[in-house]
Write a protein that binds this ligand. Structure first.
Ligand code: NAD
Length: 310
């Protein structure tokens, strides 16, 4: 391959960088290199995460650019239409994050059900927490309602069934009929039925006009008293004002949120929510495991190299 200019615009795992560095014929510019800002004029290929936004103006200016590869699923930070018009290939790594995100959704729900973060906080404040005041909720043998039967939803179903022997019910009017043949589950046609029946409601859909606000005041009202809501998908799927009201009134056991309208979540944006002990927030860390960052980073580099080789 003739020498190619590769710009890594966002931080990547060291294994991905090592693979790039060991590949002959690449002139590599890393995120902290002052030459980073020259990517529009010089790059043959770029790799990004969610931080860098690639606009129509960028594609217009980037005359040498052949390929953009992004780690992860969502490509909402890249103007796909402009990429197409400019003849630039855009790739992502859709299924690779699934294990990690599904794992986090269970970890958060189990932490909330057993009050782990709340009790830990109280101990750190010097409080003597006695067991009778630390009663949790068991998630063993409960019904888990999965909204969105894609890559992450399927992984979550397997983990719930395996770890907690959960009964799985799923709602996904868009997925093909055979999508979950390998997972024992019951398909529910009406979202409201899923919400009424579930002890855990877990969101694994993209943010679309059809999914925005799909969990609002009406849906929260339908949830079981001790139900847990998990959103590791996207902010905007849940009406945050309605959720705050439901949590304050203790309508449900609680909610765990790795995806918020404002990310990363701050005290300024979520002061009222953060006063509550029945919610756990994390700043979109679903994919953030050492293993996933290494595997996904290497996959990104391999895609980039294969596109540039053709
Ligand atoms: P996917 O495309 O594999 O699956 C999405 C599923 O949602 C599909 O089966 C689709 O049929 C279904 N769907 C679409 N519209 C629907 C609707 N109106 N009702 C019900 N189902 C509907 O995507 P995925 O990889 O499983 O990702 C799921 C979500 O997780 C996305 O929002 C993604 O952005 C998010 N995500 C979050 C993190 C994180 O760090 N927290 C990481 C990766 C992905």
């Amino acid at each position: 391959m003739a020498s190619k200019n590769i710009f890594v615009l966002d931080p990547y795992h060291k294994d991905a960088i090592a693979l790039l560095q060991s590949t002959p014929g690449l002139d590599l510019v890393l995120p902290d290199d002052p030459r980073r800002s020259q990517w529009r004029a010089e790059a043959d290929g770029i790799i990004v995460r969610s931080e860098t936004h690639i606009t129509a103006a960028d594609f217009e200016a980037a005359s040498r650019l052949k390929v953009v590869v992004k780690q992860g699923v969502g490509v909402d930070n890249i103007d796909l239409q402009a990429a197409k018009s400019a003849g630039v290939a855009v790739h992502n790594t859709p299924a690779l994050n699934s294990e990690a995100v599904a794992e986090l959704s269970l970890a958060l729900a189990l932490s909330l059900s057993r009050r782990v973060t709340d009790i830990d906080r109280r101990i750190r404040k010097g409080e003597r927490v006695i067991r009778s005041q630390a009663l949790g909720l068991s998630l063993f043998h409960k019904t888990v309602g999965i909204i969105g039967m894609g890559n992450i939803g399927r992984e979550a179903a397997k983990k719930w069934a395996g770890a907690c022997q959960s009964t799985i019910i799923g709602y996904d009017p868009v997925a093909p009929q055979d999508v979950w043949q390998d997972i024992p589950h019951r398909r529910v046609k009406d979202l409201k039925d899923l919400i009424r029946e579930s002890d855990v409601v877990t969101l694994h859909v993209p943010l679309l006009p059809s999914t925005r606000g799909m969990i609002g005041a009406t849906e929260l009202e339908l949830m079981k008293d001790n139900a847990i809501l998990i959103n590791t998908a996207r902010g905007g799927l849940v009406d945050e004002k309605a959720l705050l009201g439901a949590l304050k009134q203790r309508r449900i056991w609680g909610a765990v949120l790795d995806a918020m309208e404002t990310e990363p979540p701050t005290l300024d944006a979520y002061s009222e929510l953060l006063e509550l002990d029945n919610v756990i927030l994390t700043p979109h860390i679903g994919a953030s495991t050492i293993e996933n960052q290494s595997n996904s980073g290497i996959a990104v580099v391999k895609i980039l190299l294969s596109v540039l080789a053709n």
